[in-house]
Design a protein around this ligand. Structure first.
Ligand code: MN
Length: 250
């Protein structure tokens, strides 16, 4: 099982979730919403070789945490994965748009300087500006659009630009989500939960519950679930450029 976008530190009992991931052999990209959360979140997974911790600054709190950009810069050389970063065009965050752009563009510039990173990106109601920013800084690394909810036209553009996609049970419950995933290149799709923010049946999704997403992929792709899992593992290896442990590096 692979969860490429999960907020491990935000579960009520992160240690038990980490333990369960370890027991089940779940690969997790543990994303953070602030640079100051990185050390503690990284420490959570010290004994779990299949969990990697990404350095992030979430667009919904960019205006509150922009003073943490120097800390982001300091930590960036230690990490291979960056996220959650991006832009949010929802009405409640539009007023902070300037700060969002400042933070996002600065992070992309830093990733360029550091030779590129694997990035997990938020683009709610902002797919076009996120793609514009990525296009302007094409050396920032490999973008993964998490929970993509843009238009079919924006999706085509993202595919042409070489973006990857992580899709979860909540996204795939909707017709729109399933129509989008049907158009995504199968060799650039990975699963995620976005737990504990994303929920199922009124409770937070847990990392191994990406099985629900691979079940939907099996029906959309007309594959067995085993074949889907195999494809996803291969995709993770391609993404991370590793022949052994798919999620390697810090
Ligand atoms: Mn998230």
């Amino acid at each position: 099982m692979i969860d490429l976008h999960c907020h491990l530190d935000l579960y009520p009992d992160p240690h038990s979730v980490v333990h369960e991931c370890h027991t089940r052999g779940t690969y997790v990209l543990s994303v953070t919403t602030t640079p100051s959360a990185w050390e503690g979140t990284h420490a959570l997974a010290k004994q779990a070789p299949r969990i990697r911790t990404a350095l992030g600054l979430h667009p919904q709190i960019a205006h509150l945490r922009k003073a943490e950009l120097p800390l982001f810069e300091k930590l960036l050389p230690k990490v291979r994965y960056v996220g959650e970063i991006g832009l949010d065009g929802g009405p409640e965050y539009k007023q902070f748009w300037q700060d969002q752009e400042l933070v996002f563009n600065r992070i992309l510039d830093l990733c360029v300087q550091e030779g590129g990173r694997i990035m997990t990106l938020h683009s709610r109601r902002a797919a076009t500006p996120v793609l514009d920013a990525l296009e302007a800084r094409s050396q920032a690394g490999t973008p993964i659009l998490h929970w993509f909810s843009g238009s079919q036209r924006e999706l085509s553009r993202a595919i042409e630009m070489g973006c990857w996609f992580s899709v979860g049970p909540a996204m795939l419950e909707t017709n729109k989500g399933r129509q989008l995933v049907a158009k995504m290149p199968r060799d650039r799709v990975l699963t995620e939960t976005d737990g504990p923010f994303a929920q199922t049946e009124g409770r937070p999704l847990l990392p191994w519950e990406t099985a629900r997403a691979s079940a939907v992929l099996a029906s959309v792709w007309n594959h067995s679930q085993d074949a889907v899992e195999q494809q996803l593992r291969q995709n993770l290896r391609t993404l991370t450029g590793k022949s052994g442990l798919p999620l390697d590096g810090t």
